[in-house]
Write a protein that binds this ligand. Structure first.
Ligand SMILES: *Cc1c(COP(=O)(O)O)cnc(C)c1O
Length: 302
């Protein structure tokens, strides 16, 4: 079942963790960037037992450590992972993580915020999958949701009044109403966005468009001398992180691109100076080519 929750994507992640991890349970969290770390912070705030398995930026999950920690602590009832870690653009091997969690007899929770609608979740066994209207579904911000397996929610478990998936779902079933003011325009926009998603050909077609955007972006940036942070096999199709060249001025680069109609992202890595470029939204290969022309002009002028 899908339980909608008003607010940004983080609200759905926090609602999922609070509503599905019981007070006497806990979660092991795979941390590959700021979004994994945010789940750790949320669990600590609500007083749930949490073990963070911290990987280096862009590193593969340590499956041996995962099994070891779970064997050591039977109280860790859940494993939480991000699917597409937007900090770096890394796509985590979700199917393998799901298999490991099932083998350990635990329950999986997934932050699929920046993959849902573009990357298939086939074969993934999870109790909860959190996503929002405004990433790969290409709606507007203001609504998030959690796909929950039947029977996993319990009344009174969530430590928050508003971020309580059980109560939210119960009320929607009872009379079709949100408990608190619904984001009406956002819901209408999401309805339209889902129509466009289906029209494009669904998750497979959308993912293929993003992957082609990414392919052209990476090869074009490489031709201009920029280097990708991640090895190709860990790079997902959503967002790419590039190393800052020596003597780099991000503000000047950002301003130059902004004047030409492009908004990019600063890096958010603690140790590696970097910047990021997203491939999602109503972005097509022709936009990527226009973008690369602008980057080439900047490189010539700098
Ligand atoms: C965008 C995103 C979120 C949610 O971010 P909000 O700013 O709260 O909408 C959570 N996890 C991942 C991986 C994201 O990319």
């Amino acid at each position: 079942m899908a339980v909608p929750i008003q607010g940004a994507g983080t609200y759905a992640v926090e609602a999922m963790l609070g509503s599905l991890v019981p007070a006497d349970g806990g979660a092991l969290v795979l941390v590959h960037g700021v979004y994994g770390q945010r789940a750790v912070d949320a669990l600590r705030r609500m007083g749930r037992r949490v073990v963070a398995l911290e990987a280096g930026e862009g590193a593969l999950p340590d499956f041996d450590a995962l099994s070891r920690e779970l064997a050591k602590e039977p109280g860790l009832t859940h494993v939480h992972t991000v699917h597409s870690e937007t900090t770096t653009g890394q796509l985590l091997p979700l199917r393998a993580i799901s298999d490991a969690v099932v083998a350990a007899g635990r329950r999986l929770l997934v932050d699929a915020m920046s993959s849902f609608g573009a990357i298939s979740l086939d074969g993934v066994v999870a109790d909860g999958i959190a996503a929002s209207a405004n990433k790969c579904l290409e709606g507007v911000p203001g609504l998030a949701f959690v796909l929950c397996r039947q029977g996993t929610m319990a009344p009174g478990r969530a430590p928050s009044l508003s971020l309580d998936l059980h109560a939210q779902h119960a009320r929607l079933i009872k009379d079709g109403q949100f408990r608190f003011t619904p984001p009406t325009h956002v819901l209408a926009a999401l309805d339209a966005a889902l129509g466009l998603h289906a029209e494009e050909g669904g998750t497979r077609a959308r993912g293929a468009r993003y992957a082609e955007n990414m392919r052209q972006l990476v090869s074009g940036m490489r031709a201009l001398g920029y280097t990708l942070l991640l090895p190709d096999e860990r790079q997902g199709p959503i967002i790419a992180t590039f190393h800052e060249p020596a003597g780099w001025n991000f503000a000047a680069f950002y301003g130059f691109l902004q004047e030409r109609g492009f908004a990019i992202y600063p890096g958010s890595l603690a140790r590696t100076p970097s910047f990021r470029i997203g491939c999602i939204g109503q972005v097509f290969p022709s936009d990527i080519q226009r973008f690369l022309t602008a980057v080439a002009a900047y490189s010539e002028s700098a």
